[in-house]
Ligand binder design. Structure first.
Ligand code: GDP
Ligand code: MG
Length: 184
């Protein structure tokens, strides 16, 4: 979803971005770190809140990202179609220390494509990069999968803040660029 206000010289952009990926990969903590610079060592971060709106500046323009977090439905593989409705961007997250969460990526991509009527700008996010000794998925494997699927790629740590802002910004900047091209 993207809106232009048309009032004077201000242009408002609002992008719905969804967080998806297996349970406990760190989706809620990525949002908590990005939006509030907080981290939770337990699963309290998955609060019932549907979405959080975050202002960002891209090329001197104010852009709002409406970032949706699951309320834990992914545990039962029951993320609703309402969750995906209108999404233009996605962070597809796995945990670099749990291979099974990487193996689930294909299923999440299918689900995303099934529920959206457009090409959703997606970044593959290998979270928990701080867990170096427990790594089960190499950086190269993440890159290869992302390239094969036409996704952006980044490794992050919600714990030590590494690349968290960059992950969200990559998606928002690409959406902004696509939209500005269309407007012109
Ligand atoms: P969600 O189910 O995908 O929303 O995952 P959560 O954000 O609730 O995180 C699940 C667990 O992983 C929690 O215990 C977090 O503290 C932990 N966690 C999340 N991100 C990181 C990270 O970057 N590094 C480490 N070491 N732990 C993390
Ligand atoms: Mg959560």
């Amino acid at each position: 979803m993207a809106f232009q206000s048309g009032e004077g010289q201000t242009e408002d952009y609002l992008f719905k971005i969804v967080l998806i990926g297996d349970s406990a990969v760190g989706k809620s903590n990525l949002l908590a770190r990005f939006a509030r610079d907080e981290f939770y060592s337990n699963s309290k971060s998955t609060i019932g809140v549907e979405f959080q709106t975050q202002k960002m500046e891209i090329n001197g323009k104010e852009v709002k990202a409406q970032i949706w977090d699951t309320a834990g439905q992914e545990r039962f593989r029951a993320v609703t179609s309402a969750y995906y409705r209108g999404a233009v961007g996605a962070l597809l997250v796995y945990d670099i220390s749990r291979r099974q969460t990487f193996d689930s990526i294909g299923r999440w991509l299918n689900e995303l494509q099934t529920h959206s009527d457009m090409n959703v700008i997606t970044i593959l996010v290998g979270n928990k990069s701080d867990l170096k000794d427990a790594r089960e998925v190499t950086t190269a494997e993440g890159k290869v999968l992302a390239e094969a699927q036409g996704l952006f790629f980044i490794e992050t740590s919600a714990l030590d803040s590494s690349n968290v802002t960059a992950a969200f910004q990559t998606v928002v900047r690409e959406l902004f660029n696509i939209l500005s091209r269309k407007v012109i």
